[in-house]
Write a protein that binds this ligand. Structure first.
Ligand code: SR1
Ligand code: MG
Length: 408
């Protein structure tokens, strides 16, 4: 009998003993220290370190109540989904996700590789760090993990089996509410609207019926387009990075959904970074350098994604009808339209919805923050309404430059 034979929410003082019981990773005489390092909205994340050898490991435990709101409850099955998808992603994109050492169904905990020497990307970006390899790594990750799980490549029966395993109703419901609905109609009264932009939000989001219709269409795409096994929450808080390499983690929102959901999330979150740099860097050259890198990266992400997607499609397509002339162009066009639509929805929800981002909320000057929020929302509406027109990195750059000019 062990005290870890029945679920309870661990505290820092439990985690060392827990790891020693479950895994032969540290020596028996290791001097273990644990620290809670999670800053997400949902789970508890501990780093356990042996002060004698310097080795460390991470334990992520799913609680029934969310950190962001004790009233929100979620099935702890998300831990199983996360452990399973991390193992699958490791096989498709080796080295780009942390290694899973163990998933414990009883404690709903994953024991995984500690990404030592890496920083959470959002934190690094808010400190205006530049990551030259990011566009390369993130596009490799997306293309290599997404395309192989589509019907273009995967055997259809095998894919249907995986769809069953990755049914993720509780976490999908969060996205359906927080991303696709509440930013337009605040029916749960949990939007966080920055008071200086309240009138703007009222007019531009709550009263724009044309926008509501487009958000509704995209919501039904999210719910019904089981295109690929997506990460489901690919923002800069789900990435650990340094100047040489990138790790993508935290895929607990994974399910079979539209590829554009992941790509759009990355693009939207990079523009929050631009807003932060533009509003908070005092030194002119430094600001120009950082902001230019962000825009170059957005452009590169789109173009590299398209190029790698085309190449991998050609090399790995197995489905007989998907090999017909013109299919790849049509298929990629739908992915790119979803990408722009989701970039818009993610931009809006992180600005006015329940789960905001530090890039925007830490802008200390009220006027600059309000300007940033208006820019994000204006750009986002363009992405959503004109989503069929965003096909290249240059299309994004043009739209971003237009909005920058508009708010000069
Ligand atoms: C209630 S959870 C709020 C948000 O945090 C996660 O990272 C997801 O993005 C979710 O929408
Ligand atoms: Mg997360």
């Amino acid at each position: 009998m062990s005290r870890f034979d029945a679920y309870f929410l661990m505290k820092t003082e439990d985690v060392g003993e827990y790891v020693q019981e479950k895994l032969h990773y540290f020596e028996d005489d290791a001097k273990l220290e644990a620290k809670e390092i999670g800053d997400g909205n949902i789970n508890y994340v501990f780093r356990v370190k042996d002060t004698k050898s310097g080795k460390s490991i991470v334990v992520k435990q799913a609680a029934e109540q969310l950190r962001i709101s004790k009233e929100m409850k979620l099935s702890t099955d998300r831990g199983r989904i996360e452990a399973k998808i991390l193992q699958l992603q490791e096989s498709y994109a080796p080295g780009l996700v942390p290694k899973v050492y163990l998933y414990d169904e009883v404690m709903c905990a994953i024991i995984m590789e500690d990404m030592v020497g890496y920083t959470m990307m959002r934190t690094g970006l808010v400190n205006h760090e530049i990551y030259p390899k990011f566009a390369e790594d993130i596009t490799t990750f997306m293309v290599n993990t997404l395309l192989p799980t589509t019907d273009v490549v995967m055997n259809h029966k095998e894919k249907k089996e995986l769809v069953k395993e990755f049914i993720n109703p509780d976490l999908c419901e969060i996205t359906e509410d927080l991303v696709y609905s509440e930013p337009y109609i605040d029916y749960n009264h949990r939007n966080n609207v920055f008071p200086p932009v309240a009138e703007f939000v009222q007019r531009e989001l709550y009263e724009d019926k044309k926008l509501h219709l487009e958000a509704a269409k995209l919501k039904f795409d999210f719910m019904n387009n089981a295109q690929a096994l997506i990460h489901g929450d690919l923002h800069t808080g789900s990435i650990f990075i340094n100047k040489e390499h990138t790790f993508i983690f935290d895929p607990e929102f994974a399910f079979f959904g539209p590829i554009g959901y992941d790509v759009g999330n990355v693009i939207a979150n990079m523009f929050f970074t631009w807003c932060n740099g533009d509003a908070t860097i005092d030194n002119k050259e430094e600001k120009e350098k950082f902001c230019r890198w962000v825009l170059d990266t957005i452009e590169e992400i789109v173009d590299k994604f398209v190029a790698k997607f085309r190449a991998k499609f050609e090399e790995s397509v197995t489905e007989i009808m998907a090999k017909r002339e013109g299919f790849l162009d049509w298929y990629l066009d739908t992915v790119l339209a979803d990408t722009a639509g989701v970039a818009g929805l993610e931009s809006i929800r992180r600005t006015v919805g329940m789960a905001n981002v530090k890039d925007i909320t830490t802008i200390p000057d009220e006027g600059k923050r309000a300007r940033a929020e208006k820019m994000v929302i204006t750009l986002a509406k363009n992405y959503i309404i004109n989503r069929d027109k965003f096909k290249t990195g240059a299309d994004y750059r043009r739209a971003i430059n237009e909005v920058i000019q508009m708010y000069r």
